[in-house]
Design a protein around this ligand. Structure first.
Ligand SMILES: NC(=O)c1ccc[n+]([C@@H]2O[C@H](COP(=O)([O-])OP(=O)(O)OC[C@H]3O[C@@H](n4cnc5c(N)ncnc54)[C@H](O)[C@@H]3O)[C@@H](O)[C@H]2O)c1
Length: 300
């Protein structure tokens, strides 16, 4: 197939590109290299078309979509740190940029996979988080929730275009980690801890470290993405892509110190010192993998 990957120079996108090439697809990457890096595509650069450009460029997006029969839309302003730093640009990229991609796919009857996020669930305390659960968010005065809100608008748009006839599938990633991840990126706590441990610097744990997350290795993230995209039964639906084994961040820090045989200590930093006084975090985040798992099993 001729496949367009927006955000293909990013962490998840570049691994996805590698897998698509392994399956002999023709791949084009559209990326503005804001958080993505050309070196992520070092091993694939001679076999793809790389377009350095912006999903905000409606004409460019439309021209590219017309030449492809499947789009993986991963380009986004990503990472709580980045969102807090520039909530306006992040919202514009994640809402208007995604609308450009979805409307071009709809006009040209091209299937699209939309990369969404576990942030969708906000600070709900209902665990595990399943796809049809209520979303629980804080006040609009807290910038952190703008990422969740923008991605929810993206999902609503995608589902609405889906009802109007465009084939679409949504995946919600839960903290992916692996090679090429940026320390400033989304599930970057692992990359950050490893760097600090190797440098012998203190590992920075926000709050009391008892907040927990479920981490998913990149090959599983990509595998789930491909299965969702190439399964017609997945169309018109959203799926959690994650791992349901949970680890408190403090325990993760201790594990990385042990595994790297580092002499680093742990430094606790308050959320307020790192993200400002009104920051809110999600205490636990565990995906319900029932829906993704049953679809997978039904295909075996
Ligand atoms: N990594 C995770 O654990 C995780 C979790 C939840 C959701 N996601 C979603 O997965 C997708 C990929 O995330 P990632 O972790 O690989 O992050 P990433 O920052 O490595 O990838 C995003 C890519 O999009 C590109 N980009 C950003 N704005 C753009 C624009 N306006 N035009 C063109 N390209 C642009 C960046 O340069 C980058 O290459 C994102 O949509 C993100 O919201 C990731």
């Amino acid at each position: 197939m001729k496949i367009l990957v927006t955000g293909g120079a990013g962490y998840i996108g570049s691994h996805l590109v590698d897998k698509l090439l392994e399956a002999d697809h023709e791949v084009t990457v559209l990326d503005n290299l804001s958080t993505g890096r050309a070196k992520n595509l070092a091993s694939s650069k001679n076999r793809i078309q790389f377009v350095e450009g912006d999903i905000m460029d409606e004409q460019l997006v439309n021209d590219l979509v017309t030449k492809h029969n499947l789009v993986f839309h991963l380009a986004a302003a990503v990472g709580v740190g980045n969102i807090m730093l520039d909530p306006l640009q992040s919202m514009i990229t994640n809402v208007r940029g995604t609308e450009n991609v979805l409307s071009a796919c709809s006009r040209n009857s091209v299937k699209v996979l939309l990369a969404s996020t576990s942030e969708i669930y906000g600070k709900t305390t209902k665990l595990p988080m399943s796809e049809n659960d209520d979303r629980v968010l804080g006040s609009t005065s807290i910038a952190r929730w703008s990422y969740s809100t923008a991605k929810a608008i993206d999902e609503h748009l995608a589902l609405a275009y889906g009802l109007a006839g465009m084939p679409v599938v949504i995946v919600r990633y839960f903290n992916s980690y692996g090679p090429r991840i940026l320390e400033t990126g989304y599930g970057s706590v692992i990359a950050n801890f490893i760097r600090q441990a190797k440098e012998g610097a203190p590992l920075t744990v926000y709050g009391d470290g008892l907040q927990s997350r479920c981490f998913t290795y990149i090959s599983d993230t990509v595998d789930g993405t491909l299965r969702a995209a190439f399964t017609s039964q997945a169309e018109g639906k959203a799926f959690n892509i994650g791992n349901n084994s949970e680890i408190p961040i403090l325990e993760l820090a201790q594990m990385i110190i042990e595994l790297t045989e580092s002499k680093s200590t742990i430094q606790f930093v308050s959320y307020a010192d790192r993200f400002g006084p009104s920051f809110e975090d999600t205490k636990r985040r565990v995906p319900d993998m029932e829906k993704s798992g049953s679809l997978y099993e039904s295909l075996l």
